[in-house]
Design a binder for this molecule. Structure first.
Ligand SMILES: NC(=O)c1ccc[n+]([C@@H]2O[C@H](COP(=O)([O-])OP(=O)(O)OC[C@H]3O[C@@H](n4cnc5c(N)ncnc54)[C@H](O)[C@@H]3O)[C@@H](O)[C@H]2O)c1
Length: 321
């Protein structure tokens, strides 16, 4: 941060994380004017109204373009704070300190920032790469609620399915998910895959679509639950999306049945996903048709033709079964 001329650093902290780790950034005050903004630790903070409050605070503290906003929390803080940092004065520096499994493997990388609009996920946002991501510190996982650890694990399964049969084998051998069972090597492998994909297509024109496997239905599930006043962790919704989109993959892109069964077994061992049905499709349809990736009124899926072989831009009009 010194090398890019920062004089003032502001930590944008998830309130739950700030309460658990109140002194984590104390040493920063030796070098910079350092202040903290805490925001409620919930997806409902990922709004334009919350962004306005943070912009106003940065303005009150006279943050300049060389100054740095540090995101201290999970994907919610990364997305909101990344958006604020990208837009305040057309961009100040952004550093991510991810504290959830999901943000360590995914949300802190790739530069997608966003807030939600009327329960439509990530509707408003920009792509801007962070200046720095602090390496995953797995001691944060010790305090993470189990549901959130599972959420990150759901996203990890996605990375294994689209690009890493070896990672898939290792996580498939895992009997019980605990904070200690998550290998730092698994985290590094997911980051490697994501950075590789993002390097080829930072602005999400084509190659990056492979990362959407499980997410078309996953985001619709999140939108549905948010609208009905109940939250669902992102990666848990993605895990259901992975299973349903694997079913679609068997039907539409030739995923072999034995590979589908292996995916189903892995997901059902860790997540209790209800069967897919036309009724479920119809419930999710209002959210599916809002998806940013859609083309010509058709829903755009990334599916698999096999484990490790994603197919992007599969367009679907109606319930496909
Ligand atoms: N930008 C991207 O590329 C990208 C990728 C994936 C997901 N996301 C977004 O990330 C968000 C989900 O992020 P998430 O799963 O990290 O959840 P989150 O940031 O909402 O955090 C989940 C919960 O865990 C708590 N928490 C965080 N770290 C903790 C810790 N170490 N100990 C105890 N509690 C802790 C938080 O207070 C919160 O209650 C979604 O909004 C999703 O859309 C973005």
């Amino acid at each position: 941060m010194q090398e890019w001329g920062t004089r003032q650093a502001v930590v944008l902290a998830d309130a739950n994380v700030a309460a658990l780790y109140p002194h984590f950034f104390d040493a920063l005050s030796d070098h910079f004017t350092c202040r903290t903004i805490t925001i409620p630790g919930s997806e409902s903070s990922k709004t334009i109204e919350q962004a306005v409050q943070v912009w106003q605070q940065l303005q009150a503290w006279q943050m300049e373009r060389n100054d740095t906003l540090i995101m201290f929390g999970g994907g919610m803080v990364c997305d909101l704070g990344g958006f604020v940092a990208a837009t305040y004065k057309r961009g100040i520096h952004g550093v991510y300190c991810p504290t959830t499994l999901l943000s360590m493997i995914d949300a802190a990388y790739g530069g997608k920032t966003a807030v939600n609009l009327h329960h439509v996920k990530n509707c408003i946002g920009v792509v801007r790469q962070p200046d720095h991501v602090m390496p995953a510190n797995t001691t944060f996982l010790q305090t993470l609620p189990m549901a959130e650890l599972k959420s990150g694990f759901g996203e990890m399964i996605k990375y294994a399915l689209i690009a890493s049969p070896l990672l898939l084998k290792q996580i498939n051998d895992l009997e019980v998910l605990t904070p200690e069972s998550v290998s730092p090597l698994w985290i590094q492998e997911c980051v490697r895959i994501k950075e590789n994909v993002v390097r080829k297509d930072p602005n999400d024109h084509h190659e990056r679509h492979v990362l959407n496997f499980g997410h078309t239905i996953g985001h619709a599930i999140e939108g549905y639950y948010a609208a009905s006043g109940r939250g669902v962790p992102h990666g848990v919704a993605v895990a259901a999306g992975l299973l349903y989109e694997s079913l679609l993959s068997e039907k539409l892109t030739g995923l072999p049945h034995n590979e589908f069964l292996m995916i189903e077994n892995l997901i059902q061992r860790h997540f209790k996903v209800k069967p897919f049905s036309k009724k479920k499709w119809n419930v999710l349809l209002p959210y599916l048709i809002q998806d940013k990736k859609n083309k010509d009124g058709r829903i755009n899926f990334t599916l698999l033709k096999g484990i490790g072989s994603p197919v992007t831009d599969v367009l679907v009009q109606d319930y496909p079964f």
